[in-house]
Design a protein around this ligand. Structure first.
Ligand code: FPP
Length: 255
């Protein structure tokens, strides 16, 4: 019998997180510590991306969302923005076949239209090539901001209301969630932030309502598969109550 890949890592398949989201922070500090240019940190960070995508696919995560470029990141020095865009393009070009062979579907969340034309072309190619894959969804958040996303969804609701497609009573949490970039995908169970900062930084503001948050001091380029697996194991020990009270009776059964 074929053994499940998550089992050798001591991970319980019954409580595997469906969606893992990551704020990849600390590339600049990683480079600075080594007296290198910040771009070297981003380069090393894309190696970590590769390794984490592989690890998530291996253990059976359904959705991995990576915060690669925020709406605020456009105000970084032009040279850094250009270098990040070039890295993204290279990543998409070099990883496309590998993602496809692993059954991973690439999806971009964010303002794709603001990205350089050549990056958009790579995104379109990789998205098209992997569109029928069902093994895992890799969401790359590019020119992404949570507030912009919610505003965009509200605008879509308003348009549907104005055109008579929906009624005011049809405006529900589900109706709004369906119009987010992540429409149709489960909410993140885990949000990881590297480099010790304790902020959400406009990331998945709606979707992360009940996510378990993990902050690690590790800088993104140093974040390892080992540390990721530790987080998943710790997640499995947490008691997710979603604001409710779980009463346990004397015989140990849950009421
Ligand atoms: C934050 O670190 C990181 C980013 C703004 C970019 C993330 C990009 C990558 C990991 C590489 C490219 C991505 C892919 C998907 C191939 P920072 O620069 O803010 O670090 P600092 O806080 O130490 O300055």
């Amino acid at each position: 019998m074929k053994s499940d890949p998550a089992e050798p890592y001591g991970i319980d398949l019954k409580t595997l997180p469906r969606h893992v989201a990551v704020i990849m922070d600390g590339n600049g500090r990683w480079a600075k510590k080594r007296l290198m240019n910040r771009v070297n940190g981003h380069k090393q960070g894309s190696e970590t991306v590769r390794a984490l995508v592989t690890a998530c696919r291996e253990i059976g995560i359904e959705v991995l969302t990576l915060y690669a470029f925020s709406t605020e990141n456009w105000s970084r020095p032009a040279a850094e923005v250009t270098a990040l865009m070039a890295l993204l393009k290279r990543f998409l070009r070099s990883e496309r076949d590998d993602l496809d062979s692993k059954g991973i579907r690439l999806n971009v969340i964010g303002q794709k239209y603001r990205l350089p034309a050549d990056v958009q072309t790579e995104i379109d190619g990789a998205t098209l090539q992997t569109r029928n894959n069902t093994g895992m969804v890799l969401n790359l958040a590019l020119s992404y901001g949570g507030r912009e996303e919610i505003t965009m969804a509200a605008k879509r609701l308003a348009e549907d209301l104005a055109s008579g497609k929906i009624l005011a009573d049809d405006i529900t949490e589900t109706a709004l969630a369906d119009r987010l970039y992540t429409g149709g995908l489960p909410d993140p169970d885990i949000v990881i932030r590297t480099s010790g900062e304790m902020r959400l930084s406009n990331f998945l503001l709606w979707q992360a309502a009940y996510a378990e948050i993990f902050i690690t001091d590790t800088l993104w380029p140093d974040f390892s598969k080992q540390e990721f697996l530790d987080i998943v194991r710790e997640y499995q020990t947490r008691d997710r109550r979603y604001g409710k009270v779980v009463c346990t009776s004397n015989d140990g059964s849950q009421q």
